[in-house]
Design a protein around this ligand. Sequence first.
Ligand SMILES: *[C@@H]1O[C@H](CO)[C@@H](O)[C@H](O)[C@H]1NC(C)=O
Ligand SMILES: *[C@@H]1O[C@H](CO)[C@@H](O)[C@H](O)[C@H]1NC(C)=O
Ligand SMILES: *[C@@H]1O[C@H](CO)[C@@H](O)[C@H](O)[C@H]1NC(C)=O
Ligand SMILES: [Cu+2]
Length: 252
Amino acid sequence: MMLPALLAACLAVLSGPVVAHGGLANYTVGDTWYRGYDPSAPAEEQLGQPWMVQRQWASIDPIFDADDKFIACNNPGVAPPSYIPIEAGEDITAVYYYWLHPVGPMTVWLAHCGDDCATADVNEVGWFKIWEAGLLEGNLAEGTWYQKQFQRWDGSPGLWPVTIPKSLKAGLYMIRHEILSIHIEDKPQFYPECGHLNITTGGDVFPEEKWLQKFPGAYDKNDPSIKINVYTEEAMKTTNYTIPGGPVWTGA
Ligand SMILES: *[C@@H]1O[C@H](CO)[C@@H](O)[C@H](O)[C@H]1NC(C)=O
Ligand SMILES: *[C@@H]1O[C@H](CO)[C@@H](O)[C@H](O)[C@H]1NC(C)=O
Ligand SMILES: *[C@@H]1O[C@H](CO)[C@@H](O)[C@H](O)[C@H]1NC(C)=O
Ligand SMILES: [Cu+2]
């Protein structure tokens, strides 16, 4: 009875052929464009290529379980040989082919790799959140989520710019973009992808231990923001949403 249009959209997405779901295709920094991994293209044409800066990822399908170890980087697949060079304080923009889901938070995380991101374990590194956006206005079911604004039905790419905290110390880092879609009752969909950054010029700050989290580990699958039904009477009256994974480290 409620929200037939939205519901139809969800079903269309679920039963759609190749155009369901999605993922992070490419990155840009300033005018420079960096090609990401394409799970629908042959792996042997991409893995180990000198231009590759993104970790291999499994598929555009979601991960449903917050405790799945693939939640770190959508398959801890083959690491890329190269890094995106970027200065602290600069923006990195994630480019998606399209995005079809409207409900749930979007977050960006960094983890320091040590001497080499290729040998760092995506499930063991300490992730800290640098950016988040959730419900911008209105109620959980019908309100405006950042993800709803990111949604594209016209086939144009989705652009998601985020600033690297200016005070962060230079070094090799993984960057993790995650979209969490919660348009289906008690069935969260996590869409993470990871790339490698060489933060070439930075400040002298690094987050304290309390900010660092593991994936899996950062989320509790029973968190009311994760195990949620946004289409109840109650949710239609709720205008706040707590983004899971703790607060954002701003570098201040
Ligand atoms: C990402 O890069 C690939 C490879 O060059 C390109 O074919 C594709 O159109 C790009 N996609 C977006 C959304 O930028
Ligand atoms: C990272 O960037 C610095 C500064 O340009 C460079 O000296 C270093 O070789 C780069 N490291 C890697 C692994 O690309
Ligand atoms: C909204 O805020 C209330 C009171 O702080 C909290 O109990 C509830 O979990 C929040 N709802 C969501 C969906 O985050
Ligand atoms: Cu989907």
